[in-house]
Design a protein around this ligand. Structure first.
Ligand SMILES: [Fe+2]
Length: 265
């Protein structure tokens, strides 16, 4: 765009709106990086420009530097909501998480609002193009939003204990953390517990058949979107369930390896 055109556009209010639109469009293309415009601004982008912009939303997984912190944890813990790091701490690399089939996207949870609870949740209520694109690309046809907190989840204490039972599912587990934080614990390729600290803006998937569990952290609050392909089935199959077809499928892709240097006690 020439300097003359820029000046012209800024000179009249009607044309200034056009400039805003162009800026919004540019920013939307940068959703991948970090900054994203608030929904109100994005709604100004209209018709053809919107669809072009949506196609350009980057839905690549986040670079390693943006993944949540992860570390090895002991087999036995007194307080499931504590960090439970080993001493000294043993960080777990993103490569190790990818190796067991975990995927991760960094989302813009700051500029979009979500209800405290919505079961199910209508995706038309969000203008986040990156979320829409990921849903489309991966076939996530169902979503709901829940808040795990003593005030919003009846039987909170019992629920938290049940979430912390080691289990698998016969489908991918997909969670987008829109507020608060918590821990996903997963078994790594040596069958050791790895604790992943998920926070607002994290969208993470756990593969079908992986042993895992969940707990809130010491803040006791997580606000999460649950996504699913088709009709949701949340049934957990508690360990041991080595004969379960989903577990067998997982082990074919990610066999357990003995770790002679295990540091977990
Ligand atoms: Fe689960």
């Amino acid at each position: 765009m020439s300097t003359t055109m820029k000046k012209e556009r800024i000179s009249s209010p009607a044309k200034r709106q056009k400039v805003d639109t162009e800026e919004t469009s540019e920013m939307t293309q940068k959703v991948c990086t970090k900054e994203a415009p608030p929904p109100a601004k994005r709604q100004k982008v209209d018709t053809g420009e919107t669809s072009e912009t949506t196609q350009k939303v980057c839905t690549k997984e986040a670079p390693d530097s943006e993944w949540p912190e992860a570390w090895l944890m002991p087999d036995e813990v007194e307080d499931q909501t504590a960090d439970n790091k080993l001493e000294p701490n043993v960080p777990v690399s993103v490569a190790s998480l990818r190796e067991i089939g975990i995927s991760y996207w960094k989302m813009d949870a700051e500029n979009y609002e979500y209800p405290t609870i919505s079961v199910p949740w209508n995706p038309k209520d969000s203008t986040d193009p990156k979320l829409s694109q990921i849903r489309d690309n991966r076939g996530y046809s169902y979503a709901d939003i829940i808040t795990v907190h003593p005030d919003h989840l009846p039987g909170y204490e019992d629920k938290i204990k049940s979430f912390f039972e080691e289990h698998i599912h016969d489908a991918e587990e997909i969670r987008y953390i829109v507020g608060g934080q918590g821990f996903f614990d997963v078994r790594d390729k040596h069958d050791q517990w790895v604790r992943i600290h998920v926070k607002k803006g994290d969208l993470m998937t756990l593969p079908e058949g992986i042993y895992h569990r969940f707990t809130t952290d010491s803040t006791n609050m997580i606000h999460a979107m649950r996504l699913f392909v088709g009709q949701p089935v949340w049934t957990p199959f508690n360990r041991p369930c080595e004969e379960h077809p989903s577990r067998e499928k997982f082990l074919e892709l990610h066999p357990i390896e003995k770790n002679p240097d295990s540091v977990v006690v």
